[in-house]
Design a protein around this ligand. Sequence first.
Ligand code: F6P
Length: 335
Amino acid sequence: MKIGILSAGGDCPGINATIRGVGKAAITYGMEVVGILDGFSGLLYNDVIPLDERSLSGILTLGGTILGTSREKPFKKQDSDIIADKPLVIKQNYDKMGLDSLVCIGGNGTQKTAAQLSALGINVVGIPKTIDNDVWGTDVTFGFDTAVNIAVEIIDRLHSTANSHKRVMVIELMGHHAGWIALHAGLAAGGDVILIPEIPYDIDHINEVLLERSRKGKPYSIVVVAEGIKTRKDEPAGNYIAEQIEKGTKLETRVTVPGYTLRGGTPSPLDRIIATRMGTYAASLLNRHEFGQMVAIHNNEMTAVPLKEVGGKTRLVPPDYFLIKQAKKIGTCFG
Ligand code: F6P
């Protein structure tokens, strides 16, 4: 069996560990492995490299993706398209490359494309990947733990300046439309206010909470904001909230936006383990010819969910999530 592996969408820590997991296990099963470059673009333009024991070594700890990635969405028509029928070209190239199956490592968008390719008759296995932890059908994605660790380190360090200067520190964290990173990092780093897209907020209430902290003699406050919260005219979340706080409380306020640092660099040990588990499980699905599935983890057990059920959905933080309930007990404000 000849398998192709690609990574699509935003990069995240653990993709290389996953490529290594799939590739090494596939080789053990006796399969031939190739890497498709730059996401679905590689399938459109036949950009392929062989992956063997040697090229799969030494990449476990490496950030990014050795295969490159892109936001190419072959099923979405765009005016700038040079190729008229991209799905057809992908199917032709898949056959031309002599592939028997395709492993698509990516987030929600990638899994949707994978489901569409599967419907075209391509033997696809999906592997969920994103720092946002928002892929429907799995309890966890690799990349999330690393992103939370980086965010926590950044917030921990902000406490010094916040305390010394008696400021309100607003930290905007990635997460797309979901609040998983802000919730976990906010809790772990002692955020006084945590704003996530899943819970509507009232800026007057937040300002009152901050003023009350100040009246009680608390020298500073930490406000953790998910990038996906609603703001006036879609202004960037951190800047908007900081501006509203300073205006409403007259407390000196600063904003920090770690941005892409959350998804750069080496994966955490936990993400290396998740990536390796998911990669090797994907290879076992290929070996059993169980296609049209996305690898998933439920209750810490490896499993698979049909790709057609995953496509187009997002896993958001439930507003009654147990961590939110617990955080409220220690006085954390959610808006
Ligand atoms: O999905 C991962 C993510 O980093 C999100 O948190 C963020 O909203 C988005 O990607 C940024 O995407 P891009 O790489 O296209 O700027």
